[in-house]
Design a protein around this ligand. Structure first.
Ligand SMILES: Nc1ncnc2c1ncn2[C@@H]1O[C@H](COP(=O)(O)OP(=O)(O)OP(=O)(O)O)[C@@H](O)[C@H]1O
Length: 271
């Protein structure tokens, strides 16, 4: 049985605006899905409907066969513990350390008093160290996150998400704030960790070439509807035109992984 099943999911922000229409999708354990589509296609809305940050107006979200659309309170909180999110702007607590931010991924598992005092069991701390080691930030554990680079912050966001022991990752534009090389490193890390843990993920991603490099399945959204669901190899110019409209896609095909970033020479304008 698929980890996640979306059945005829719809979401309207207003009576005339349909952000999502009749979206049906299944995501299996270990599967990484890249969600692509033009601005306003509904990618963020779809991700946020899955963990009920947005409330769908129709259809079902079945996570491990439990319908999340008709639960609330503690049942919803419990389901959400197993669905971790990684955000474009990291959503870290800037004045806290890297370790404290990672441990905040455990807040849903500790008592109210412990969460207020930010007291975590020793095994949670050990796990947090192991996760920091995995994302390459062990020596930064005690630094405040506002002293880190964008790529390092996103690694903290990844470690925090994994601290939840999730069974599904929802990832909203994880590389939009990063330079191309760091973006590839972050995508590689996410795809390696998902493969190691058999963890399914949905990644909302603007950069089609990046998606093609790191995911095995791509879903294309257009005006709130799924118009493509297939492998990166099937994502030809006709399909890209279907998703994005008329464009010259050849131009964007030349970004090879690990190509050195072009050197830019700034010329002073003559007076
Ligand atoms: N809070 C909101 N209130 C009203 N309409 C909204 C709201 N958020 C999004 N929308 C509308 O819903 C539609 C889908 O938006 P959404 O942000 O999900 O698209 P997206 O594909 O993630 O776009 P982008 O790539 O630009 O982030 C758009 O028409 C958008 O204007």
């Amino acid at each position: 049985m698929a980890t996640l099943q979306l059945k005829s999911l719809s979401m309207h922000y207003s009576a005339k605006d349909k952000a999502l229409s009749d979206v049906s999708l299944e995501v299996n354990a270990g599967e990484i899905v890249g969600l692509i589509g033009p601005s306003g296609a509904g990618k963020s809305t779809l991700i946020r409907c899955i963990n009920r940050l947005n409330n769908p107006t129709g259809g079902q979200v079945l996570f491990k066969q439990q319908d999340l659309t008709n639960i609330s309170g503690s049942r919803l909180r419990q389901a959400r513990r197993k669905i971790a999110m990684i955000f474009q702007e990291y959503a870290l607590i800037e004045r806290l350390t890297v370790m404290e931010n990672v441990l905040s991924g455990r807040l849903g598992y500790v008592s109210f008093m412990s969460s207020l005092l930010r007291k975590f069991p020793g095994k949670d701390v050990q796990q947090a160290y192991a996760l920091l080691d995995r994302v390459g930030l062990l020596e930064h554990a005690n630094k405040r996150v506002d002293a880190l680079s964008g790529g390092q912050r996103q690694r903290v966001g990844i470690a925090r998400a994994l601290a939840q022991n999730p069974e599904l990752l929802l990832i909203d534009e994880p590389t939009a704030a990063l330079d191309p090389r760091t973006a590839r490193q972050v995508m590689r890390l996410i795809s390696e960790i998902c493969a190691e843990q058999g963890l399914p993920a949905i990644i909302n991603i603007h950069d089609v070439n990046l998606a093609k490099l790191f995911v095995q399945r791509i879903v294309g959204l257009q005006q709130g509807k799924v118009v493509f669901d297939g492998s990166p190899a099937q994502l030809n110019d006709d399909v890209l035109t279907l998703i994005y409209g008329e464009e010259d896609w050849q131009q964007s095909e030349s970004n090879e992984e690990d190509t050195p970033e072009p050197q830019v020479t700034l010329l002073k304008a003559s007076a």
